[in-house]
Design a protein around this ligand. Structure first.
Ligand code: S3P
Length: 173
C-alpha cells in the first residue's frame, strides 16, 4: 500500500560533502522526525569509520551492507529523514526502493563550490584517498548521472542550511 505523502521517508542524495547530513538534521528537527545517516548506521554496526570498513572488509562488503540497510529502511520505516552516501544510487536496487517508497531530494552543488569543501572531507572519505584534483573532478562528473532520478532537486550553491531546509519542508505541504 502506498503511504500518504506526509508519512513517507525523506531521502537526501547527492555527492559527498554537499551537506546531506547537516541539512537532514535540520529538516528532521523541523518535522519532529528521526534522522538517520546511513554511513553512521553502518559505522555503528561495525564499530569503526567507513574508511576502516573499506580497508578491512573492502568496498564490496560496504556496498552490500549499504544496500541491505537502505532497502530495509525504505520498506519498513516511515516518517524518517534519511541521508544516504554519495555512492548509494550506483546500485539500482537502492535507487528503485528509494524512488518507489520515499521522497527523494537531490542536493546539487557545482564543482566550483564543492572544491572549497575538499579539505574538510578528504580524511574521512575512502573513495577520495590518493586522488588529486583532476581525479576528483572526474569522479564528480562521473557521479552526476546517478542522481538524475529524484523527485526534487535543490541547487544549494547560494543557499544556506536553513534555506535548503525551507525548500524541502515546503514540498511536503
Ligand atoms: C561514498 C560516499 C560516502 C560513504 C562512502 C562512499 C561514495 O558518503 O558512503 O565513503 O562512494 O560516494 P557521503 O556522501 O555521506 O560522504
Amino acid at each position: 500500500k502506498d503511504l500518504a505523502l506526509r508519512e513517507k521517508n525523506i531521502v537526501l542524495i547527492g555527492f559527498m560533502g554537499v551537506g546531506k547530513t547537516t541539512i537532514g538534521k535540520e529538516v528532521a528537527k523541523r518535522l519532529y522526525r528521526d534522522f538517520l545517516d546511513i554511513d553512521e548506521v553502518i559505522e555503528k554496526e561495525y564499530g569503526m569509520p567507513t574508511r576502516q570498513i573499506f580497508e578491512n572488509f573492502g568496498e564490496k562488503e560496504f556496498r552490500q551492507k549499504e544496500k541491505d540497510t537502505i532497502v530495509d529502511l525504505c520498506h519498513n520505516q516511515r516518517l524518517k529523514v534519511i541521508s544516504v552516501g554519495g555512492g548509494a544510487f550506483l546500485q539500482e536496487e537502492i535507487k528503485e526502493a528509494c524512488l518507489s517508497k520515499c521522497i527523494v531530494f537531490f542536493l546539487d552543488l557545482s564543482w566550483d563550490a564543492w572544491q572549497d569543501r575538499i579539505s574538510s572531507i578528504i580524511d574521512s572519505r575512502p573513495v577520495l584517498q590518493g586522488k588529486n584534483r583532476e581525479d576528483m573532478r572526474h569522479l564528480f562528473d562521473q557521479r552526476q548521472p546517478i542522481y538524475k532520478d529524484h523527485h526534487y532537486k535543490v541547487t544549494t550553491d547560494n543557499l544556506n542550511v536553513n534555506e535548503v531546509a525551507d525548500f524541502i519542508v515546503d514540498r511536503l505541504k
